[in-house]
Each structure stands twice: as C-alpha cells, then as structure tokens.
Write a protein that binds this ligand. Structure first.
Ligand SMILES: Nc1ncnc2c1ncn2[C@@H]1O[C@H](COP(=O)(O)OP(=O)(O)OP(=O)(O)O)[C@@H](O)[C@H]1O
Ligand SMILES: O=P(O)(O)OC[C@H]1O[C@H](OP(=O)(O)OP(=O)(O)O)[C@H](O)[C@@H]1O
Ligand SMILES: [Mg+2]
Length: 279
C-alpha cells in the first residue's frame, strides 16, 4: 500500500485535494480526519502540516507526498522532487523598504526575517553573505515595520502583501516554487501510477478538445494554427470537399485559435473539456 502525505491546511491543501479527487482517489469527508484509506487504489492518505511533509517522506515513514518546492528545500530532508504539479506557483524573494536595498551585498550584517531559514541561509552561504537570520512563523512582511528585522525573504505571488507594507523586491529570485510530488529514499511501488494520474489531471486541466469542419485544401494552414500534442486527427465527412478535425489545444488559447480558424474558413468549431487523460 502506497502511503501518501497530503497537506491538511494552508495554501496547498484545497488544490491538492482537488487534484487527488480528479485522479480518482478517495478524499476526506471531514476536515478533522487525519488518515483516509483507499483500498481500491491501494493507497493510504495522511493529512499533515505542509511544512512537516518532507520530513515524513525523507525519513521513509511515508512513501510520497505533496508539498511546496520551497518547503522541501527548507526541510533539509532526504526527500526528492518527483514531479512539478503546476499550482501554488510563486517566487521566493528578498524585499526591503523602497529604495534601501539594491543588491545582495547590501544584505551583509543585516537582520533578515524569514520563515524559511534553511532555504535562505543556504542561498546566502553559497554566495558568502553573512546576515543575522530572524526566524518567524508567518506574516513576515510586518517584521521590518515592527523593528525586528531590516530586510525579509518570503513567498511572493501577486506582490500585494509586500506593496501594502511599502516593501520592494530586489536581487534575483531565490527560487521559483510550486507544489511538487516528492518521494523518499526507498522504492515506492505505486508511485508511477500516482505520478501518471497526476500528470493526467494536469493535462485535463490545461487542455481542451477542439473539433471543427474544414475545406480539405486548408489542412496545412489549419495545422499551422493548432498543431495538437502530436498531430491533429483528420476524418473524412460525407462531403468529400470537407474534413472533420480534432485537436487538443491549451485552454488559454481557445478564443485566439477559434478566431484564427474561423477566419481561415473552418466552421462548426466546438470546444469540449477533457475529464481525464493519459498521454
Ligand atoms: N500566496 C501564495 N501563492 C502561491 N503559493 C503560496 C502562497 N502562499 C503560500 N504558498 C505556498 O504554500 C506553501 C506553504 O504552505 P502553508 O500551508 O504554509 O501555506 P500558508 O497558506 O502560508 O499556511 P499558513 O500560513 O496557514 O501556515 C509553500 O509552498 C508556499 O510557496
Ligand atoms: O504576493 P502575494 O499575492 O501577496 O502572496 C504572498 C503572501 O501569501 C502568503 O502569505 P499567507 O497568507 O500564507 O500568510 P503567512 O505569511 O502568515 O504564511 C505568503 O507568505 C506571502 O505573505
Ligand atoms: Mg503562509
């Protein structure tokens, strides 16, 4: 039985639960449930704090887990990244009061607040920069105003939290993070199936199916507009002058592609969602 660690709360929990549901696994019915078994799929889920997941997986206590890349690195555990999952996307950045910091060198000797001391400490040590790390649990953006730090390093998504505190990012991103599937040091039978199912969820979320009818002489031009994952499926129609085309396209390009195909001469353009996929 594959033992899977999943986030019980926080920024990763809701989407992780949706992914697993879409991948055909049992979820919890009550947020107080800590363990859910799914004998049909031969897996067992353990709902844990996102920050602890890499520790459990790295020690071999659990086989695999879903956490953030930033949390994985900060854990210093032996777990490794198996697959990026494309949600909870953020960058990890330095930020300070507007106009006060421009480069990494400006950090020397400063008090730097973060909830990710191993990630940040490792990054600065590699570059030979000494700071006084101030470890906080969250809401790190308030640390400067409240006088416990001169500068911070934290998760940035839209940048709204920083802006509201009058802070500005500086330097290169420390890390680009997102939710990831992680695995431990031991071989985990069943990991391949979980990996493929989650990949299928990502494809189903990102792509749609587009069907349209097209005068046959326009196939090359239409394929240049939407080429599909490998190659579009082209079927004959009763009218020999027309073909029916089916192609997978990225969800975000639906309207742009429909406009271009219609302009070219395609008609009866239909878009349908994909509920599951295995490529
Ligand atoms: N605004 C955000 N956008 C994208 N990812 C985020 C955001 N906030 C946190 N994350 C990601 O979520 C993970 C942190 O999980 P955690 O459960 O600590 O989230 P949280 O919402 O900060 O929870 P809490 O603050 O209640 O502890 C990290 O991988 C982090 O990069
Ligand atoms: O760039 P933004 O879109 O503003 O998002 C980034 C913020 O979101 C998270 O905060 P969260 O709400 O999880 O609070 P926390 O700092 O206490 O973890 C993160 O720690 C940042 O503070
Ligand atoms: Mg947080």
């Amino acid at each position: 039985m594959l033992r899977i660690a999943v986030p019980n709360k926080g920024a990763l929990a809701e989407t992780a639960a949706e992914y697993l549901k879409e991948a055909g696994y049992n979820g919890r019915r009550d947020p107080k449930e800590l363990i859910v078994s799914d004998p049909k799929n031969d897996v067992e889920f353990f709902y844990l704090r996102p920050r602890d997941i890499a520790t459990y997986v790295g020690s071999g206590a659990l086989d695999v887990g879903i956490t953030g890349r930033d949390l994985l690195i900060d854990s210093g555990s032996d777990a490794h990244e198996d697959e990026p999952l494309g949600f909870a996307v953020s960058t990890f950045r330095f930020a300070g009061p507007a106009g006060q910091f421009a480069a990494l060198d400006d950090l020397r000797g400063k008090r730097l607040a973060t909830s990710y001391p191993v990630l940040v400490g490792g990054y600065l040590a590699e570059r030979g920069i000494d700071v006084h790390l101030v470890k906080l649990d969250g809401a790190v953006e308030s640390a400067i105003r409240l006088g416990v730090a001169d500068v911070i390093a934290d998760v940035v998504e839209t940048g709204t939290t920083l802006r509201k505190q009058g802070l500005e990012i500086f330097g290169e991103p420390i890390l680009r993070s997102e939710a990831v599937l992680i695995a431990g040091p031991n071989e985990a039978p069943g990991l391949d199936t979980l990996h493929r199912r989650l990949e299928g969820v990502m494809v189903a979320r990102r792509y749609v199916l587009m069907d349209y009818d097209l005068p046959s002489e326009l196939i090359e031009q239409a394929t240049a507009i939407a080429s599909g994952m490998e190659s579009p499926t082209i079927s004959p129609t009763r009218d020999a002058a027309w073909v029916a085309v089916r192609v997978m396209i990225p969800r975000e390009e639906i309207n742009h592609i429909m406009d271009a195909l219609y302009e070219l001469g395609a008609r009866a353009i239909l878009v349908t969602p994909i509920h599951a996929a295995r490529l």
